[in-house]
Write a protein that binds this ligand. Structure first.
Ligand code: NAD
Ligand code: GLY
Length: 360
């Protein structure tokens, strides 16, 4: 199949603005790639799963065009999103004489994007960085907005930096090798955008959920474009999460607790977020904000996306202890993202008693 270019979106952040290109087959389009990498020294960071599937396209492009590149292949998985694995990136860059003019390319899912982005932010106080996300989740969420991080044993994404990429290149074709479970995990974040800021998009997802699950390329391109547009707008308004950006964490306070409680890697991020969104919607009903019918609508869409909607049956103490590390804590109070209606989220502090009555 030929290369198809769908759309270009711009994240407007003044001197740190950057484009997001969405297409099918972009990694096979040498002319397109030349625009990004001509005359650059490149560090291509990927992992052991993605390397045999997708790095050869990049490698042959670099060779053909005499572009010097260093390939760094990391171990796969959330458990390797760690300071110790991050250190191996620096080791290899220093041993190979990588300089400040180099561009670091993150080729992989959110784990590679977050970790390689943090490496770019730190290496010699910051080098250019390009995101080439290869999971649906990373194409609609983590590659955009400049959050970079590694995990700590005491909490997810606890060590990191805001560091924007120079460019995001989304090649939908890379999703052809993505297992269904991982693909569905990305659908959770697409549903999230509809829930928090855009009722019309929520309705569009309801209408197109079967085509999305079946990976129809045009429908997928539309969902990715709309998701990136919504995320870009929120990041433009609140890059460092002092306000509106916190809404992107709908379902995440509960989701992170589930992910952490089950052990990193035992539950996919989108699966945990899907459950977390059902929990946050139930809490919204308890607070008298949305109807039971709307809560069922959210849960139904998550279920149609092939995601679990039942959260672990743990004692409430375990949930509260797991949530005590949440980044949305201010003055020792956890703020939860709840729905005022579908398409309009808000941040509220809620008493533990109300949470327990609604959920545990
Ligand atoms: P991931 O990076 O672990 O990728 C999921 C799995 O798919 C991995 O095994 C990976 O090797 C494999 N994979 C990647 N691309 C593939 C492909 N094309 N074909 C086959 N296999 C492929 O997980 P993810 O869901 O992409 O991202 C989750 C991470 O993103 C979490 O660490 C989460 O904290 C982070 N995240 C960050 C942000 C942000 O704003 N920075 C937002 C959301 C999530
Ligand atoms: N995924 C949450 C954020 O980027 O803010």
């Amino acid at each position: 199949m030929g290369v198809k270019f769908f759309s270009k979106i711009k994240v407007e952040l003044g001197a740190r603005s950057y484009p997001i290109s969405i297409g099918n087959g972009l990694l096979r389009d040498d002319n397109y790639l030349l625009g990004s990498f001509r005359n650059r020294q490149v560090v291509l960071v990927t992992n052991e799963i993605v390397e045999p599937l997708h790095s050869n396209k990049m490698a042959s492009f670099f060779k053909k065009n005499n572009i010097e590149y260093l390939l760094i292949v990391l171990p796969d998985g959330e458990k390797n999103k760690s300071l110790s694995v991050l250190a191996t990136i620096f080791d290899q860059m220093l041993k190979n004489g990588i300089n400040r003019d180099a561009v670091l390319v993150a080729l992989g899912g959110g784990v590679i994007g977050d970790m390689a982005g943090f490496a770019a932010a730190c290496f010699q106080r910051g080098i250019d960085f390009v995101q080439i996300p290869t999971t649906l989740l990373s194409q609609v969420d983590s590659s955009v907005g400049g959050k970079t991080a590694v995990n700590h044993n005491l909490g997810k994404n606890m060590i990191g930096a805001f560091y924007q990429p120079k460019e995001v290149i989304i090649d939908i074709e890379t999703l052809e090798t993505l297992p269904d479970r991982e693909f569905n995990s990305g659908l959770a974040e697409i549903i999230k955008y509809g829930c928090i800021v855009d009722l019309d998009f929520f309705i569009w997802i309801e209408k197109n959920i079967h085509k999305l699950v079946n990976r129809s390329c045009n429908v997928l391109a539309e969902a990715i474009k709309k998701s990136c547009e919504i995320k870009a707008k929120i990041v433009e308004l609140d890059e460092k999460e002092n306000g509106k950006r916190a809404l992107l964490n709908f379902g995440h306070t509960f989701g992170h607790a589930i992910e952490n409680g089950l052990g990193y890697g035992n539950c996919l991020h989108g699966e945990a977020v899907g459950c977390g969104m059902v929990m946050a919607s139930k809490l919204s009903v308890q607070l008298g904000l949305i109807s039971e019918k709307d809560q069922e609508r959210v849960a139904n869409l998550i279920s149609l996306a092939g995601l679990p909607t039942k959260w672990p049956d743990w004692p409430k103490e375990k949930y509260f202890s797991l949530m005590s590390n949440d980044k949305k804590i201010k003055n020792k109070t956890i703020y939860y993202v709840v729905l005022g209606e579908i398409g309009e989220a808000k941040l509220l502090s809620v008493k533990d008693k109300v949470i327990s009555e609604a959920l545990f």
